[in-house]
Design a binder for this molecule. Sequence first.
Ligand SMILES: [Mn+2]
Length: 203
Amino acid sequence: MIKHHQLDDMEVTSFHTAKKGNWCSGDAYYISSDDDYVICAVADGLGSGEEAMEASSAVIRCIEEHEDESVEELMARCNNVLLNTRGAVLTIIKLDIPSKEIVYSNIGNIGCIFYPPSGKLVRPIPSRGYMSGRRQKFKSQRIQYEKGTTFILYSDGLRFDPVFHAFMNGMPSTEKAMQQVIDSMTDQSDDTTILIGKVAPEN
Ligand SMILES: [Mn+2]
C-alpha cells in the first residue's frame, strides 16, 4: 500500500507490503513531526508472521511514545522493549531542524541513502546485528542536510537496484520516485517497506 505524508518540513511517501501468503507484515514504520524535528523509522522483526510483527510493532509503539527524545535514547529504549521477543532490526532518522542535521542510527539490515542536491550521495554505514534486549551500544551519525535533500529508507524485502539512484536524484516528487521504484521491483517474496522522503519541499 502506498501512502503520502505531507509534513511541514518534509514530504514522505511510504510503501508497505506483506510477504505473499501472509496476512501480516513483520515490518513496521513510523513517520511524525513537531516544530523542530521530523522523525522516520523502519523496523523489521526477525522471522516472519505474527512473532515478527509483535517485535516490530513494539519498537514502533515505543518510538511513538517517546518521539521527542534523542535518537540515541530511542535506540536504547527500543532495545529494552524487545526483551523476550524474537528481536528486530531498526533504523531511525531524525531531522533536527534548528541545527540542519539528520541524526541517523541503525542496527541491522535496513538500507538508507541520502541524496543532497548539491553533492554526492551519502550512504551511512550500517551496523551488523539486531536488537533483542541484550545490553549493547548503538552508534549514531550526523549528516548536514540542505533544502531538497532526498532519501530512501528500506527493509530487506527491496533489492536495491542502482537504477534507483536516477529516480532519487532530481525527483519531481516522492510519489513519482516511489512509483518508479515499485515499477522496477522484480521480487516481492518478502515483507517490504520503503520510505522515500524529500526535505522542505515547500520552501
Ligand atoms: Mn525482512
